[in-house]
Design a protein around this ligand. Structure first.
Ligand code: ADP
Ligand code: MG
Length: 173
């Protein structure tokens, strides 16, 4: 199992937190698509959305996803990566996709505790729990469709890493 591991899920699902812990456990490289995009373009997600709209951001996100896909790498994707069929197919064909699943209330609680400057722009401008419910309504089926494994993301990060190791049938190191 040396393919890329793609972490998918909504904002606050733990893609960055759990993804980097998983990479450490496996001795894999860790890449975050939002950070990779920042490195190559010099622009944050918020900057790109402001200049080019979500459409421009999505196009760049797809390019980034393809550019950073490599063996022995854990990739934390952006929450909306599954909206594109092209992205879903690419991840499915080129790696193992893990969906970190948590209810809207858990996601909202986590995001409320995260400093604003570290957050991606909100999609709707609505209260955070409402927005997360809408986002999950829209995307839950797509996350499920894209994923090879659905993992309970409400557990402590290290427990989630262990659940993923189990799902991948990898021995605990
Ligand atoms: P994502 O990259 O999916 O948007 P992050 O990894 O940035 O999510 O996590 C968002 C916030 O939630 C952070 O403050 C992080 O510390 C916290 N968090 C992430 N995963 C967990 C978890 N399994 N249990 C508790 N808190 C978590
Ligand atoms: Mg993240």
């Amino acid at each position: 199992m040396t393919q890329t591991i793609f972490m998918v899920g909504a904002r606050g699902a733990g893609k960055t937190t759990v993804g980097s812990a998983l990479a450490k456990t496996l001795g894999y490289k860790f890449v975050d698509t939002d950070l990779a995009l920042l490195c190559t373009s010099g622009l944050s997600v918020a900057d790109i959305v402001e200049r080019e709209g979500w459409e421009g951001f999505r196009r760049r996100e797809t390019e980034t996803l393809k550019a950073i896909c490599s063996p022995l790498t854990v990739v934390a994707t952006g929450g909306g990566v599954v909206l594109s069929q092209e992205n879903r197919d690419f991840m499915c064909e080129n790696g193992t996709v893990i969906y970190l699943r948590s209810p809207a209330s858990t996601l909202a609680n986590r995001l409320e505790d995260t400093p604003l400057e570290d957050q991606r722009p909100t999609l709707t401008g609505k209260p955070i729990t409402e927005e997360m419910m809408e986002v999950l309504n829209e995307r839950e089926a797509l996350y499920q469709e894209a994923a090879h494994h659905v993992v309970d993301g409400t557990q402590e990060p290290q427990t989630v890493v262990n659940l993923i190791m189990d799902a991948l049938a990898l021995p605990m190191v």
